[in-house]
Design a protein around this ligand. Sequence first.
Ligand code: PLP
Ligand code: LYS
Length: 466
Amino acid sequence: MSRSAHPAGPRHADVLPEGRSAGSTAPPADLNALDPRVWAQTVRRTPEGAVTVGGIDVRKLAHEFGTPAYVLDETDFRARCRAWRDAFGADADVFYAGKAFLCRAVVRWLHEEGLNLDVCSGGELATALGAGMPAERIALHGNNKSQDEIERAVGAGVGRIVLDSFQEIVRVAHTAARLGVRQRVQLRVTVGVEAHTHEFIATAHEDQKFGLALAEGQAAEAVRRVLQLDSLELTGIHSHIGSQIFDMAGFEVSARRVVGLLAEVRDEHGIELPEIDLGGGLGIAYTSEDDPAEPHDIAKALRDIVTRECEGAALAVPRLSVEPGRAIVGPTAFTLYEVGTLKELEGLRTYVSVDGGMSDNIRTALYDAEYSVALVSRSSPAPPMLSRVVGKHCESGDIVVRDAFLPADLGPGDLLAVPATGAYCRSMASNYNHALRPPVVAVRDGAARVIVRRETEEDLLRLDVG
Ligand SMILES: Cc1ncc(COP(=O)(O)O)c(C=O)c1O
Ligand SMILES: N[C@@H](CCCC[NH3+])C(=O)O
């Protein structure tokens, strides 16, 4: 079944249908073709057979920067920022979710393209501030923010702290009072939606760690408490239902319930909260079977839902914000690997080992995620070979691409690229087996530069002080 995100009509079910793609079971018509939905905007296969990105041959990138490497198409990243910003317009705010991938260059691009930034740790906050993102355009998230993180955020003057628990209301209020500021806050609520995505990345059902439950009355109680505290200014309600979601019905339920809370707040306290944030979570194409919606259609669908619900509740339409991470950075990068060894299991498949693995992409092992892969250092006329692309780690679950068709003449030294690895790959990378985390190389208009360098053994040993 394909995963498609075209705006759905009104839905009333709380449990949304399972939407997992079955994966490719038949070889594609053309193994050398590059589906523009899964590859970054400037990726091309040249008539000679090799692939280029930003006008640069991947063989040159591999030679210059080594493999594995994340190759990020800056032109595509900036275009996606603009598409989201333009789709939502001047009366809404787009916060890029830094957890998907963050570094100083990305912060600068976001700043230049007019996006705001959602951070969820001291490290992300430091990166954002250090690279010049104005504090008022930063929102701080997290279900267990430390006192230090709260102090740094309030002290820096972040525009928004998204409160996630009763204890945190008190902590942020005390900190703001001590620092002599009135901190703008939103309350994160769990709306009780079972978003159709992997259970580890669904965040709006009630039995999990994020937010304050609407159904239990916790959210209404949190509003009461925040409104009593002079050092906090409650600007709105926040809901994030999960990640890699294709069905807009989840957002519809979420918006309806958030607006329902706004109406309750108006009725009980006589105030209309001016903001609503519907979080991130929009899915991207990892394979040709995925069919995500465009930002313009997503923006229209969300606006229509919020407007309709507000009209129904006789509320003024609040300022909307969203927090896409994956949908902006995910499609803009691919991971470039070199093939090391191949093992053919007669009648089953060929295991193709590359020089990275679960340390640079944990998503296949963690979420059973599906990816595509292509031979990029040359084209090939060879017939398709059912393959499993695996890493070099000491785990049989160290799989990068579970099922893929690659040309049967594939051999050591060939370069493979796995597209759509811009989100949650470098940011979730590890040093398992003392792997050195790969660099991020940004390409644009024929130029390539390292924006996150490759780790070295010295980097590893520097921490080893025993
Ligand atoms: C609160 C919040 N906002 C935004 C995001 C970004 O999600 P995504 O990258 O799926 O758009 C997340 C991650 O799921 C999140 O937890
Ligand atoms: N890290 C997850 C998504 C979680 C998003 C953060 N709340 C992924 O790779 O899909």
